[in-house]
Design a protein around this ligand. Sequence first.
Ligand code: R5P
Length: 288
Amino acid sequence: MRLYYFKNAEDLARQIAGALGLDAKLVEERDFPDGEVLVRVEPAREAILLARLYPDVNKNLVKLFLALDALSDYGADRVVLVAPYLPYARQDRRFRDGEPISVKFLLSHLRQYPVSHLIAVDLHKPYIGDYVAGLRVVNVYPAEKYAAAVRRWSVDVVLSPDAGSLHRAAALAELLGVPYNYFEKFRDRETGEIYMKPRGDVSLQGKSVVLVDDILATGGTLVDACKNAKLLGASAVYAVVSHCQLLGNAREKIKGCVNALYCTNTIPCEYSSLDVSEDLAKSISAIL
Ligand code: R5P
């Protein structure tokens, strides 16, 4: 089995290929002045295809589908796709009439090709994996890595900024042996202001808190939770986020509140200290 990778995933490809003793082959890419793209792959019957789809998600998705199409035309009958960050996953349902379920669209189009498995880190919602019959989705959640990163801070409680990330808080809290919960939002009836507090009135006074979420985009969600934790007396607030996009002025917002932030290298940035290549290699090895 050969590992194909796009140039922007070279760091992960080297680690994964080294761990599994695979031959790594670069997918050739061309970007034309008019915005069109082209790729070129060496034919193979079986392949692992590693695609880092963020940033430039739309362009990278077209390149991914072109690579799958070429592999398929040349007779590939099995492709294990590794997309460390799966984009379009936040549109995992119809929020308004007339909208698509974008992630279902994406997965069902992967299924048009001989993609047997999709391996991704921390899917926005674990149930996304069941959307398309015949496509086996492996959701890698590197909780051990997260626990190792924050253990030094003598964590008292793990909190998610909303109910949607509670399963992440639960996984980390179990490894740390501490309680977990999520923030609920309330509106002050007199001032109209929104405030947050942990469900079940968990006291944060003097506590060392870890916040967990899947994505840090503008930083608004995480920083709101952080500010509220500090207002409620938290002595320190650390954060673990799988995919760090750092949009707009997210950097300044984070620096103004969070004591330390740990992210994975699914999206490389100054906070992506947690390398998921070993976790991805293990998942690949388990299905080969
Ligand atoms: C939302 O459902 C996600 O889990 C994240 O909480 C969200 O994408 C974070 O976005 P932002 O950083 O812009 O608040």
